[in-house]
Design a protein around this ligand. Structure first.
Ligand code: AMP
Length: 283
């Protein structure tokens, strides 16, 4: 497994990958790797000849009051995970490698990035789209893999790739959960067992929403009320948003039809949890 830390070395590596038919799969991550990240690497391994993983805690996607400094970092374990998943290349830049002192350019997606997460984390997606553009430019992968856990991020990146004519196919991979249903996240380690228990209410609420749609409910309002009620009964959590949306535009829906995504974000003890479920409605 090759480890590269500079953009220059990455470009040299990339030029050598060029024989026709060589497909590169890229898995961008912020490290603290868990089974969710590993499932992306496995998907890349199954579908591409060469697998590249980036590990970079991207300062640009954290707001001023967010957890950039205390975000979990565990390089030796991350590299061991990458080796176990037969990754070919790990790109491991420092912040000033990707953002040197005179860095002045950002890439921003508009409408799609302004909803939901964008409302609560105003500079977040601009940080994501800027770093992902750089990574896609450097690695020029045939495919890039993203988790459903961050569904809006996937949509924003798909839009970015389409709008900027980038030659990469964006692939969505399922959310990996703990046995009780909590979506794996590097931030789960911030909370105590009892806070974790309360955070589970988000998945339970989304599941109840999905079940209600499965039973034939076709108006968003009662589905959202049902979900909100479940979150109300879990004490000590703040709901940031909870909505039934069109899976492509992420616009809130009044009548449910087509592919719907149930999106939610809550805060428990100062830690944010996001989750979502996709429901395909056959009319
Ligand atoms: P992060 O390191 O949190 O920036 O995540 C890197 C990638 O892993 C993103 O595409 C995430 O959506 C994905 N990811 C994070 N958690 C999970 C999970 N529980 N299941 C599937 N993918 C995930």
């Amino acid at each position: 497994m090759r480890i590269i830390r500079t953009t220059q070395a990455l470009r040299t590596w990339r030029r050598r990958q060029d024989p026709p038919g060589t497909s590169i799969g890229l898995v961008p991550t912020m490290g603290a790797l868990h089974a969710g990240h590993r499932s992306l690497m496995q998907r890349a391994r199954r579908t591409c000849q060469t697998v590249a993983v980036s590990i970079f805690v991207n300062p640009l996607q954290f707001g001023p009051a967010e957890d950039y400094r205390r975000y979990p970092r565990n390089l030796s374990q991350d590299l061991a995970s990458c080796r176990e998943e037969h990754v070919d290349l790990v790109f491991l830049p420092e912040p000033d490698t990707l953002y040197p002192r005179d860095f002045q350019t950002t890439v921003a997606v508009s409408t799609l990035a302004q909803r939901w997460e964008g409302e609560h984390r105003p500079t977040h997606f601009q940080g994501v789209t800027t770093v992902v553009t750089k990574l896609l430019n450097l690695v020029r992968p045939a495919r890039a893999f993203f988790g459903q856990k961050d569904y809006q991020q996937y949509g924003v990146i798909r839009q970015l790739v389409q709008d900027l004519d980038l030659d990469t196919r964006v692939t969505l991979c399922p959310t990996i959960r703990d046995a009780d249903g909590l979506a794996l996240s590097s931030r789960n380690r911030y909370v105590t067992t009892s806070q974790r228990q309360r955070a589970l209410a988000l998945y339970q609420a989304l599941s109840a929403g999905k079940a209600a749609i499965g039973r034939g409910m076709r108006r968003a309002d009662p589905v959202e009320k049902r979900m909100a009620k479940i979150l109300d009964t879990g004490h000590g959590l703040d709901v940031e948003y909870l909505a039934c949306c069109d899976a492509r535009t992420l616009e809130p829906l009044a009548r449910l039809r087509g592919t719907v995504v149930l999106l939610g974000a809550i805060r428990v003890g100062g830690v944010r949890f996001i989750d979502n479920l996709i429901v395909r409605i056959r009319q």
